[in-house]
Design a protein around this ligand. Structure first.
Ligand code: CA
Length: 233
């Protein structure tokens, strides 16, 4: 699952330039040209990051930012504000309204990409961390190695990816279909029961010699990694 970015910008050439470069970095990009349209869109789906222009038709970037911060669902949405050169006082206002970062037009694309990466890393450290940890379970992405309580656990490639996917998003419940999309990819057809088989193998491997199972089966919904696992011991 690549991070999704929404661009809200009414200068079309700039939108195209941003879209091209962000997509080249592997992000999923959507764009709208009006502030009020963005407001509506963000009530339906929330991206991982917002690139928001200051001056927009319909609703200004600053007003949109204020509204987003007032709603619990978007209170922590990472926002990079685009401002015109020389609007120093406006920049300050932008940050005061709750944008996480701002960048002054005209800006260099690599500079913006660096800001996007930094902000996503700050907002969602699990997505980019090289070692994921939950309780006594550790997954080292560089070495492709999993251990529990210091003991190396041998996992098949699918069980490894499954565990990595769950460790990136502890506590979240995933349906079998969502796990198929996220771990196997959405373009191949696999029976949903395959997920149960691999969850079973993963459980067997990580729970050998242990009494606590960190994987929760949520009846009628799917599976989750217990985010309280290892905290209350
Ligand atoms: Ca504008």
């Amino acid at each position: 699952m690549s991070p999704r970015i929404l661009i809200v910008e009414d200068e079309e050439p700039l939108t195209m330039l941003l879209r091209y470069n962000l997509e080249a970095e592997g992000y999923e990009v959507e764009s709208v040209a009006r502030g009020d349209e963005a407001d509506m869109r963000l009530k339906e789906a929330i991206p991982d990051l917002l690139v928001l222009d200051w001056m927009l038709p319909g609703l200004s970037g600053i007003e949109l930012c204020r509204r987003l911060r007032a709603r619990p669902e978007t209170r922590n949405l990472p926002i990079i504000m685009l401002t015109a050169r020389g609007e120093e006082s406006e920049k300050v206002r932008g940050l005061a309204t709750g944008a996480d970062d701002y960048i002054v037009k005209p800006f260099s694309v690599p500079e913006l990409l660096a800001r996007v990466r930094a902000l996503l890393r700050r907002a969602n450290p699990e997505r980019v961390a090289s070692v994921l940890t939950i309780g006594d379970i550790e997954l080292d992405r560089e070495r492709k190695r999993v251990s529990r309580n210091g003991q190396i656990i041998e996992l098949g490639p699918t069980e490894y990816r499954l565990l990595e996917f769950l460790m990136e998003r502890p506590g979240r419940v995933f349906s079998r279909e969502q796990l198929l999309d996220g771990v196997w990819g959405s373009d191949i057809y696999i029976d949903e029961r395959t997920v149960d088989v691999h969850i079973g193998r993963l459980r067997k491997a990580i729970n050998r010699g242990h009494t606590v199972d960190p994987i929760r089966t949520v009846r009628g919904s799917g599976y989750a990694l217990d985010d309280r696992y290892g905290r209350d011991r």
